[in-house]
Structures are given as C-alpha cells and as structure tokens.
Design a protein around this ligand. Structure first.
Ligand SMILES: [Ca+2]
Length: 356
C-alpha cells in the first residue's frame, strides 16, 4: 500500500515536473526553482487528497463539531441541549463550575453504523483543589435520550453503552486507583450504576487518566468493530493513543443515540465537550464472521460476563473503629467479670448462711 502510494507520487512528480518545466535542460538556478515549485504543487495535492479522505470518513450527521450550527435553538440542528448545557464558539459546556448543575447534549439521529470510531475532545477544569471537584462526565450510546437522572446527569438502568470520566472518588476508603478514572459500562435496563462505589460492580474495564485541569488537549477514542469494544485515551500531550480497556464479545444493538452528560453536586467543575467525531470504519469479514454476527441483537450484552466480575472488597474496619471495638470489648468483659464475681460471692455467702 505504502509502496504503491510512493510510486504514484513519483510518477505524479515526473508529470508535474515536466508540465512546470517544459524547456529542459536549464541552468541550475532555474532547475532549482522548478523543483521547488513542483514540490509545492505536489505537497498541496497530497494534502488535499488526505483531506478528502478524512472528510469522506467522518460521518457528519452523527458528529458534534464546531461551529455547532443551530445547536440549542434551531429545529434543523442534529443535536439537542438539555439542562444547564450552553453553547459557546469553542465548546458545549455541559455544566459550569457551580454546585448542583446538570446538563447534556444528545444526537437526534438513531445511529446505525456497524463498524465505527468515536473520538471525543473534552475538557474538565475548575478552581477546586484536587478531590474537591466533581463529578465528571459521561459519553453515551443508548436506547433512550434526553433523560434526567443520577448517572452523571443521565437516567439509571440505562440501555446501552456508558463511558464515564469520573473525577471524584466516592469510594474513598479504597485508595487503590487514581482519579480521574475512565471506565466502561454496558447497561441492559436492569443493571444499576452504583454511584457510591464509582460504578465498580458493573465496570467492564477502565484506566486512570489525568484529564482534569490539564495543560494538554484531552481525548477519548471508542472503537467498535466485530463485537469488540476498544477504549483509548490521549491525555498526555503525546498525540498517541494509550490503551484503556478492551472488551470482546460485546453486543450492541443499532438505532441508539449518542450523547454526553454531566452533573455537579456539592463539588463542581466546568465540563466541556469540544467535539464528538464519528467515523465509519471499513472492515472486511470472513463468511464465518458474517454468519456469527448475523444474529439480531435486541438487548446489549457481553458474551462472557464472568471475565468482568469485579471483586469489590467488603469495607474493612478503619484503625479508629478497630480501637473502639477493642476498648468496648475489654470494658464489656471487665463488667461481666465483676458482675460474675459479685453474683458468685453472694451465692457463696448465702450457701454458708444456710449451713448455720
Ligand atoms: Ca465518582
């Protein structure tokens, strides 16, 4: 493929060179100018080709991109705003850095692509100190849209895919992971997101990602193809994707809606979506794979749920709790012993009296 491209470029180079420099040989200066002009023409051509390819690939009808034309007020817009969400020239702000806000943006068009990628450019920032901010944001591909609720501003018991950028550790007794934490959940209508445990019981995978008050642009990439969901992050300013989660055998129906939502409580942050770009992937399948995927999926599911059984440890006693438990146990035993002794000595005395 790469070889073909370079061959093509070379022949193009020769053609363009001859077209630009019809009289040959020329003196060296003229040759040099000719070469430079040709290189410029070629570079522009190949950039234009690349641009056209990307434009074809991007599915604009499903994407949320600047300048967010008509969003929030026009009936022709393909997205709807909800709650505190506001549009500015640079972003869609789901919540401002203020307490008790809830906002969302939802696509109006049911999504029907089979193999796709979603690239989300987002920004979480605020004046609160670390761990005095919250709560994060979520990216959705769900059956229902425009619902208020407790899961990052969306309904609980949702049906479909939820990607959470959780910036506040609610289960703070377990210091085994660093926040912000990005995770994946697949809802089937009965599974409940456990906010107090940061969604651990239903998590299919995830990773820590320093997405808050970052000096770099922060991105998420969700790829879905052949029943495999891949989640990657780019948050370190390296312009490369880092693996975050990979889930095989994930079955997701079509006809769902893309969305993004966020909520603040006592703690807050600005939660901004800069873009959500959906790309169609071209993927070849063997006849076996076609057959395997023929079955119509009506409820989202993961083939092998056992591989995702997250062990949530029972909360152990803290040091203070242990000290008081021990103290009261010793005191209790002491009281029991004293009472026992008194009862015993009384009994003994009574017995002695009976003998006289
Ligand atoms: Ca949380």
């Amino acid at each position: 493929m790469a070889a073909n491209v370079s061959k093509l470029n070379m022949s193009r180079f020769r053609r363009s060179f001859c077209a630009v420099c019809p009289v040959f040989p020329l003196n060296h200066l003229a040759e040099l100018i000719c070469v430079l002009v040709t290189v410029c023409v070629l570079t522009q051509q190949s950039l234009a080709d690349e641009q056209a390819f990307v434009e074809d690939f991007l599915k604009r009808e499903y994407s949320l991109v600047k300048p967010y034309r008509g969003l929030g007020f026009s009936s022709s817009s393909q997205w709807d705003l909800m709650g505190t969400a506001m549009v500015s020239p640079d972003h869609v702000r789901l919540t401002p850095d203020m307490q008790s806000r809830q906002g969302a943006v939802w696509s109006r068009i049911p999504f029907i692509l089979r193999d796709w990628e979603l690239k989300v450019h987002f920004k979480v920032h605020g004046v609160g100190k670390k761990n005095l901010n919250g709560d994060g944001l979520a990216i959705w591909l769900t059956k229902d849209r425009m619902q208020n609720g407790p899961v990052f501003g969306n309904m609980n018991h949702f049906v479909g895919l939820g990607i959470f950028v959780d910036t506040y550790p609610n289960a703070d007794k377990m210091h085994d992971r660093t926040f912000p934490y990005v995770s994946v959940m697949l809802g089937n209508g009965t599974l409940s997101y456990d906010h107090d445990r940061d969604g651990r019981p239903t998590e299919l995978g995830g990773c820590s990602a320093m997405t808050r008050n970052s000096i770099y642009d922060t991105f998420l990439l969700v790829r879905y193809s052949k029943n495999r969901l891949t989640l990657m992050v780019d948050v370190d300013g390296k312009q490369e994707w880092r693996d975050c989660a990979e889930i095989d055998g994930l079955r997701l129906p079509t006809g769902y809606y893309f969305g993004a939502s966020s909520v603040t409580g006592d703690l807050s942050d600005n939660h901004d979506i800069i873009s959500m770009k959906v790309y169609q992937l071209t993927v070849e399948r063997t006849p076996e794979e076609e057959e395997e995927e023929e079955e119509e999926v009506t409820i989202p599911r993961v083939d092998d749920m056992h591989q995702f059984q997250v062990n949530v440890e029972e909360e152990g006693m803290s040091g203070v709790q242990f000290f008081f438990t021990l103290l009261f146990s010793v005191l209790g035993l002491g009281v029991l012993a004293v009472v026992g002794l008194v009862v015993y000595s009384r009994w003994k005395e009574n017995r002695r009296k009976r003998f006289y």
